[in-house]
Design a protein around this ligand. Structure first.
Ligand code: AMP
Length: 213
């Protein structure tokens, strides 16, 4: 038997919505990755194994071929740049928007706008496309705090219901991107493991179509 396909997953919001989708496509982990401390988990059928990593690391594992496939948010993929990856399927889950947000009323910005974000590459491209030079401040969480304490004039962050922004007196002022979770595939694996990947892809596609119907 050929070696199992390696699928990179991360704990959190995406995993909660991915597991039912995978189960419906016939891929069931032998242990619940949300409860287990193991970093490698086999699937029941022995066709796949899961590596459990940080969301931001999924494109790296897949691009280097340490995982054949992965599931990651479009935010993470856009920030990574996507080199070495195919993105054949929008799973339609973990949907949200990436926006520029500011306190309301929007204060007159300093001469060079300061933007706090977990996504410096996306933020850079967003403002470069409008020929605006901004100072980007990289943060690792709680972006909403930055404008409240004068660290930044704007933030670039994910918004789902908008409750977190509202609770902190912030408002979305510009769209940046529509986000959802995507399946990504290593370019070489797509050729070498074509049959196995295609089978999984077709099964997942059918589930996504059914969920969207
Ligand atoms: P909300 O208050 O519903 O607008 O959610 C906003 C918070 O949840 C922010 O801190 C976001 O970073 C985070 N968030 C919202 N949607 C997602 C998602 N699909 N994936 C990861 N984080 C998200």
């Amino acid at each position: 038997m050929s070696r199992p396909l390696t699928l990179a997953l991360s704990k959190g919001r995406i995993l909660d919505e991915t597991l039912p989708l995978l189960a419906a496509a016939g891929v069931v982990p032998a242990e619940d990755p949300r409860a287990s401390r193991r970093l490698i988990i086999e699937d029941m059928a022995g066709e796949c194994r899961f590596v459990i990593i940080r969301a931001a690391d999924v494109p790296t594992y897949v691009a280097y071929g340490a995982a054949d496939l992965g599931i990651a948010g479009r935010d993470v993929l856009m920030e990574h740049g996507g080199a070495g990856l195919y993105e054949p399927l929008d799973l339609g889950i973990a949907r949200c928007r990436m926006v520029v947000a500011a306190t309301v009323p929007v204060p007159a910005p300093r001469r060079r706008l300061r933007v706090a974000t977990k996504y410096p590459a996306i933020t850079y491209r967003h403002y470069a496309a409008r020929s605006e030079q901004v100072e980007i401040i990289k943060l690792y969480g709680s972006m909403e705090l930055a404008p409240l304490v004068g660290l930044a004039d704007r933030i670039v962050d994910l918004v789902d219901t908008g409750r977190t922004l509202r609770a902190n007196g912030l408002e979305a002022i510009e769209p940046v991107a529509e986000i959802s979770a995507r399946l990504v595939v290593n370019r070489a694996a797509m050729k070498i493991r074509h049959a196995a990947i295609r089978t999984l892809l077709i099964r997942l596609q059918a589930q996504v179509a059914e969920a969207g119907a």
